[in-house]
Write a new protein. Sequence first.
Length: 394
Amino acid sequence: MKKQLLFMAMAGLFTTIASATDLYVRDFGAGGAYPTISAAITAASNGDRIIIKPKSGGVPYLENLTIDKSLTFVSENNFAKYIVQGSISITPFAGRVVTINNLSLTNNIAISDETIGGRTTVNVFNSTVNAVSARQLNSTLNVSGCVVNSIIALYHGRITGNKCLQIEIDNQGIDTNPATDDIELIANAITSTGAGIVMDQKNYAFKILNNFLTSSQVSISSLKTGSNNEIRNNVINNGLTSAISINLASGGTGFISILNNILTSSSSSGTYAEIQNVSGVATASVYAFYNMSASGFTTIGVTSASNNIGNAIISINTASYTTTGANSNAGYPEDEYADIDLTRNDIGNFGGSDSWSNYWPAASNKPQVNYLNTPRRIYSGTTTMNATGAGNSK
């Protein structure tokens, strides 16, 4: 009887694995493929992969897509994007996972509503789109290696290695099916003026790591109560107001560690500072260490600050997203914050183990890391080192 039950369980497993199907989309349905992406979505089942051949001459698929299943979309041609002239609406459903690779989209990707009884997850990798929006309750958005011409808006998720105008984390209420991890924004190039990263979220803690804001600020208006949050190894080049503005007008209390950043503000006006924490509905506890500015380093409302450097000689290149000068080997000296070459932490986006170098490969047509999590410190006598990561190669 035990052998029979084992065989039945294995047979069920094989049936589940075999059920996933590849569906092809090609212009005019060449080779028996589907002629449109919409037709392939209609024919697909949950877990299927839709493989799309880019049309010759850069001709787009003229479609507005509604995705109402767990599907993966990829290009049939390596390092070539399929173009869609239209928009994409994702219908939420508990447990639904939609993964979009290699897309060039003229309009927006959006989740249409909140998810009931679970979570909807949307992954967008190596794509060019106008905007991506997943502001809905019980939704997770992961975006990596993309060019987003306007805003990435989300409620929860991980945003890594993108070029975009702005990242906006919205406060829509309380997740009834909360995620088990926090919000991470890592190694993004943010090109707006004004508020480049807007953080208004009381359900999740956040990490803002190794981003480069060319001419904008980080603005924080709420925190998860009791949370520990990090703003580390960023370049925040804002010459108009404060580089980091904290005003908890939407409530919540928590801790914010601000470490190893290059911060530029109009502190000479007397109104602003590199770091400004003002009393809103609630007050954050803010700790600032080993940050650097080319102007006189000033803070307002910071709980504790030390080893911050003002009037430093730094060259900030907003075209190449690089910095040179006094920031080299000037960050926090503890080895758990060391650079990936094991030297002392550089202040700025190339410093630390979450370095910009991980997410922006120097050569084109190479695999790009979506996420990398390595131990901060390797102790003497340790025999194993656990690291996790994800990437895509198209």
